[in-house]
Design a binder for this molecule. Structure first.
Ligand code: WTA
Length: 652
């Protein structure tokens, strides 16, 4: 039996959607015994089909799989239209702006707004089924309308996080071959306006596939308008009809692309398709957050990340819930802001990242106690392993020792949660993602043998059967899809999906995620490929070579540590200026989220004789650990001591 377990609150469990471990096992065993039957019944029950599917899972061409083939549906219909009979006046979205401005959007409002938006895209911009539309937006309701309008007409959206630079935006636009960009003039941050449109202008300079840009005027500040390309949403939307038929989509038609970091310098366009994605988004909302009809649910993510896609927009709306959308910064005007919002909106489920919890704890230790947080029932975390002190504070101070904490493990590619406690059933062990969700065949495998590892042992976090919301492809690159996810681990001779994460069975089959096994680091819950940061740094003229590694960071989880070899020794004349210059390049190439926490100029990097950089050594040095690896195979073993001395000197 596991020690230090927190049992579900019995009062809560009584009404929970899954209220006991018996129920959990009943579901999971059903899935194990009759996998297709399990998914068939949920797909029939949860989705409002225009035409029924004829097969459940087609693995003929694995790892390219098809779910619910033959079925026709529309995600905007699933998220809006089907609720109108029973919930037309229910709040679909509660928006709170950075300056405290509020707006309640009912399901009927949402229906009209999305229809008008869809008509605008079709009539004024000529957007058709299958076209790619890039959305580069702040956290305002129009961002959700844009997503749902694309879904309504069958266009494929690709949201680019508003913190990405013009270069990063340009890359994503080009890779997706997008013909339209939807943006805003700007938004507010800490009550100050900031601009987005100039970033779009920069990204579209020179040759571009983009023909038209739609600009939501939120700030009403002066921006440049390119005639024949840029149009005001606020003007065009005025005369649009509020009805627009939802396009019948095939189950396997693409719904969206979302670019994410991998182990090369080029981000991957992760493709999610229609039926399987929306089914699992909805089911996990019901199971993991246990949202009831009168509940108000708030996820603090940004729509630029998968968490914002699945758990601000698609999941909550698919189940007909009320979702809060927040434009501001959770520590502004002080670290009591989220708790003030919980009190005011009587929020029942609150979902955020460990990095936010650490910051809120550090900046506002006693803040939760100042507010009435009695409405809270479920607290969630996502994005990185949560450390026990942050978990404890969240549980005791925010949840007042009565709310379940669901430590949800998943990733862009899985579409929705994979391993997570169920708040009314699973005994919780702090900082542990616990068990695979019913229907998900997640196992920790030995990468060599493909066998499931034993209790207390670590291995690779894999998913051994296809699941409905799994990634369907890397946009435009079939090979990369296969090699990135199905190349490393084989079970019974067959390639299985590997998440890129390491994990350990920590008792009773419980899964504790230990972190990435590849060169992807997790900075404030943002996934960052070290190769992507290296590629940016290399663009600086004076950089000869670079290696980037992650280093534990008190608040961010991991920080970015760069070892840079300069071309010319003059670079050393003014180190501070050189660091600034390199960070400016990173800002241009990726954005502020990739700025280095530490940068050190070294004479060379530790390389094997075949030229491979030994990042493990660099990781150990960054952490201040003793080097235990064999360095005799290095081209120049003496470089290790030199780098160690430089790092110690810089950090002492
Ligand atoms: C990490 C975010 C530990 C993991 C939804 C994964 C986690 C990556 C957890 C995906 C968790 C996410 N515990 N690690 N609860 N949740 N991760 O694609 O390394 O932005 O592979 O999706 O975040 O990041 P992504």
């Amino acid at each position: 039996m596991l020690k230090d377990m927190y049992q579900p609150n019995p009062e809560f469990a009584k009404n929970a959607n899954i209220g006991s471990m018996e129920q959990y096992w009943e579901l999971q065993n059903r899935a194990t015994e009759d996998y297709e039957g399990f998914w068939k019944s949920f797909a029939e029950e949860k989705i409002d089909w225009f035409a029924p599917f004829t097969s459940v899972l087609d693995e003929f061409n694995a790892p390219f799989v098809k779910w619910f083939d033959g079925g026709k549906l529309n995600v905007a219909h699933q998220c809006i239209d089907r609720h109108l009979d029973t919930k037309k006046n229910k709040a679909a979205i509660i928006f709170e702006g950075d300056r405290g401005d509020k707006e309640v959007i009912t399901y009927l409002d949402l229906y009209y707004n999305v229809n008008k938006f869809a008509n605008l895209l079709k009539e004024d911009f000529g957007v058709k089924k299958g076209d790619r539309v890039v959305i580069y937006m702040p956290m305002i309701p129009e961002a959700a309308y844009a997503m749902l309008a694309c879904a309504r007409i069958g266009a494929i959206h690709s949201i680019v996080f508003g913190g990405f630079s013009s270069e990063a935006l340009r890359d994503r636009i080009e890779d997706a071959d997008a013909k339209v960009v939807i943006t805003a003039d700007g938004a507010y941050r800490k009550t100050k306006p900031y601009m987005l449109k100039p970033v779009v202008d920069e990204a579209l300079k020179g040759e571009t596939p983009v023909k038209k840009v739609l600009v939501v005027e939120r700030n009403n500040e002066e921006v440049t308008w390119v005639a024949g390309r840029d149009y005001s949403y606020n003007e065009l939307i005025q005369d649009k009809s509020a009805t627009c038929d939802a396009e019948p989509m095939d189950s396997e038609d693409p719904l969206f692309l979302l670019y994410t970091s991998g182990s090369t310098g080029k981000p991957k366009g992760v493709q999610h398709n229609t039926a399987g994605y929306i089914l699992w988004a909805q089911m996990t909302m019901e199971w993991v957050f246990d949202v009831k009809d009168n509940d108000t649910y708030w996820c603090t993510a940004d729509i630029g990340w998968i968490t914002g896609h699945t758990y601000i927009v698609y999941g909550p709306l698919a189940m007909g819930a009320t979702t809060v959308m927040f434009e501001g910064v959770i520590t502004f005007p002080d670290a009591g802001r989220p708790w003030k919002m919980v009190q005011e909106h009587r929020i029942n489920q609150f979902y955020t990242a460990p990095t936010a919890i650490r910051v809120l704890h550090k900046m506002g230790e006693g803040e939760p106690a100042k507010y009435d947080l009695s409405s809270l029932k479920v607290l969630g975390t996502v994005g990185e392993p949560i450390d026990p002190p942050a978990w404890k504070w969240y549980y005791e101070e925010v949840g007042q020792s009565k709310c379940a904490i669901v430590d949800t493990y998943w990733q862009t590619e899985t579409g929705g949660h994979i391993v997570s406690p169920l708040p009314g059933a699973t005994p919780i062990k702090p900082a542990c993602a616990t068990l695979p969700l019913p229907g998900i065949m997640a196992e920790i495998l030995d990468p060599e043998t493909g066998e499931k590892v034993g209790e207390g042992e670590s291995g690779y976090m894999c998913i051994t059967r296809p699941w409905p919301s799994q990634i369907r492809g890397v946009w435009g690159d079939e090979e990369r899809y296969k090699s990135s996810y199905f190349g490393d681990v084989k079970k019974d001779g067959k390639p299985v999906y590997f998440t890129g994460d390491g994990a350990v069975y920590s008792g009773d089959g419980y899964i504790t995620i230990t972190g990435r096994t590849d060169d992807v680091i997790n900075v404030s819950g943002h996934r960052m490929g070290t190769a992507e940061v290296e590629a940016a740094i290399k663009k600086h003229d004076n950089v000869a070579a670079v290696a980037v590694v992650g280093k534990p960071h008190e608040l961010k989880g991991e920080g970015i540590f760069a070892y840079v070899v300069l071309k010319s020794a003059e670079g050393f004349a003014d180190e501070v200026e050189e660091v600034k210059a390199i960070n400016t390049v990173i800002k241009q190439e990726i954005g502020n989220i990739a700025l280095c926490d530490d940068m050190i100029f070294v004479p060379d990097l530790p390389k094997t004789r075949s030229g491979k950089i030994m990042r493990r050594i660099l990781r150990s040095i960054a952490k201040g650990e003793k080097i235990t690896q064999d360095i005799s195979t290095l081209e120049d073993p003496s470089i290790v001591a030199k780098i160690e001395a430089m790092v110690n000197c810089a950090t002492c």
